[in-house]
Design a protein around this ligand. Structure first.
Ligand SMILES: Nc1ncnc2c1ncn2[C@@H]1O[C@H](COP(=O)(O)OP(=O)(O)O)[C@@H](O)[C@H]1O
Ligand SMILES: [Mg+2]
Length: 210
C-alpha cells in the first residue's frame, strides 16, 4: 500500500469503536481471493478519496466485518477519522437521541467522520411507521451527498433486502426501495464468498479443548 501512513494505536481503535475481535484482522486474512483483490485495489487506486463507499454482502461468517475492519484501520493509518457501529447499536443510539437528546456528540460523529462502518445491516429493530429506517437513510444519504465514505455490511442477499417475491408471494424485505437505490447508486458492491470461518474457528477451538 502506498501513501503516507502512520502507526495505528490502541486509542485509535477504541476511539473508532472497533470491537476488539477485529483488531488483528489483516488484508491477507481475507479468505475470499476475489474480494481481497477488489479491496486491495480499492485501497490502492484512491477511489475512496472521492468518497466512494462499499457494500459488503455475503453469508454469515465469511469475513465481511473483518474486511470492513481492515479497511477502517487502513484508512485511519492514512489519517482519516473513522467510526464503527453495528446497525442495531446505531438505531438504539439514534432512538435515545431522538427521545432524550442524549449522546448527540455520538450522532454527529456518525454524520461527520471520514469513514463510517455500519456493520450487520438488517439485524436492527424496525418500527412499523418506518421512522427508524428514515433516520438511518437520512444519515447514509447525507454522508453520501457530502462524499463521506460509508461502508455497509449485511448477511442479507441484495435481492432480499427490499420488497421481493418468494415462491410467488410478495415479501416486504427489510428496507424500502428508495433507501436501496441510494445504496446501489453510491456504494460499490462486493460479494464476500466462502464457507463460514466462524464455524471453522469454533470447531478449531472445540478441537483444542477436546
Ligand atoms: N481478514 C481477517 N483476518 C483475520 N481473521 C479473519 C479475517 N476474516 C475473517 N476472519 C475470522 O473469521 C471470523 C468470521 O469473520 P467475520 O468478519 O466476523 O464474518 P462476517 O462478518 O461475514 O459474519 C472472525 O471472527 C475471524 O476469526
Ligand atoms: Mg459480521
Amino acid at each position: 500500500m502506498t501513501g503516507t501512513r502512520r502507526p495505528l494505536h490502541q486509542r485509535d481503535l477504541e476511539r473508532m469503536n472497533l470491537p476488539n475481535r477485529f483488531w488483528e484482522s489483516r488484508l491477507s486474512g481475507i479468505q475470499d481471493e476475489k474480494a481481497r483483490e477488489v479491496i486491495r485495489r480499492y485501497l490502492l487506486d484512491g477511489r475512496y478519496m472521492h468518497g466512494e463507499g462499499l457494500f459488503l454482502h455475503g453469508k454469515y461468517g465469511v469475513g465481511k466485518s473483518s474486511a470492513a475492519a481492515v479497511i477502517l484501520m487502513e484508512m485511519r493509518r492514512r489519517g482519516y477519522s473513522g467510526l464503527w457501529v453495528e446497525a442495531a447499536e446505531f438505531v438504539d443510539k439514534m432512538m435515545q437521541r431522538e427521545m432524550f437528546d442524549l449522546d448527540s456528540s455520538w450522532s454527529s460523529r456518525a454524520r461527520e467522520v471520514d469513514v463510517l462502518v455500519l456493520d450487520d445491516m438488517g439485524t436492527e429493530h424496525h418500527d412499523a411507521g418506518g421512522a427508524i429506517e428514515r433516520m438511518m437513510e437520512g444519515v447514509v444519504r447525507s454522508r453520501i451527498q457530502r462524499k463521506r465514505i460509508v461502508i455497509l455490511t449485511t448477511n442479507i442477499s441484495p435481492d432480499r433486502l427490499g420488497p421481493h417475491e418468494e415462491s410467488g408471494v410478495k415479501v416486504e424485505g427489510v428496507y424500502r426501495r428508495k433507501f436501496l437505490e441510494v445504496i446501489r447508486e453510491a456504494l460499490y458492491p462486493i460479494c464476500v464468498q466462502g464457507s463460514s470461518l466462524r464455524r471453522d474457528t469454533e470447531r478449531k477451538i472445540a478441537d483444542e479443548y477436546r
